[in-house]
Design a protein around this ligand. Sequence first.
Ligand SMILES: [Zn+2]
Length: 322
Amino acid sequence: MPGKNIPKGAPLSVDEVALREELRANVQKLAGEIGERNMWHYPQLNASADFIEDSFLSAGLHPRRDTYEMHGQRCHNIEVEILGRQVATASQPSRLPIILIGAHYDSVFGSPGANDNATGVAAVLALARRFAARQQERRLTQTPYKTLRFVAFVNEEPPYFLSGEMGSLVYAGRCKERGDKISAMISLETIGYFSDAPHSQQYPSPGLGIFYPRVGNFIGFVSNVHSRALLRRVVALFRKQAKIPSEGAALPAFIPGVSWSDQWSFWQHGYPGIMVTDTAPFRYPDYHSATDTPDKLDYDRFTLVVSGIEKVIADLMQVSEL
Ligand SMILES: [Zn+2]
């Protein structure tokens, strides 16, 4: 789904400036202050979990830890829910369709993980705060029939990646067991780096470079073939209002990069899922390295991605067939 070009440098609104500063502070806390956070840096992993929980609490939400044990150590996914309003015909709010927005909060070994994936977590926290406020102001009353869920996942990075110990796979399995009706899973994965330099965008296969831009100034939406209807819908909603170029691709899951985040875990359980990404290793020179630090990010364009996603979520809440 190659997209149209939008002139760069679209100005931020007052709300977007506030959002940018919130995103910047969240990234700084996770990647600048706490730093590397994974099973080799277990206190930092837990400090990150505490920070995420506190942020949800301060938004007026009630976080729940989805815990599992690995080699004697406890690991936590952290979730909050904004329940859809129960209607006469719906017996349980938990049986309402769920839109789930997720991001992993661990960083790869040897990296403070500013872009991968403090950006995704920063976005989850900021979006949860905004939708909690909408609910408190009753601006969600016209969209009562869906539940919105925000989840921070643990242990996405290797060696847990695509294994039974991956936080999101444990989580998605429990969703399936409970019979959760997840109608859309959106994984926010490495969303803060942009470049206007020629040839700044690479692709996992040379063929894709024919159809997609060579300049890394856009945000990408990626899914497996099974989730292509959701992908098309999300990209269309994003393009309706976003102030940053976007590209969408529904591709076979074996193409490198397509499965590289928590949406994969939901695919394993038959749920539709997409990833929002700046394409990570195909653009970002500091990917998975000690130099993935907060100063490398483009906070203006990162903000335009998140404000665009906020509007997509609000629209998805109103789509009846989801
Ligand atoms: Zn990642």
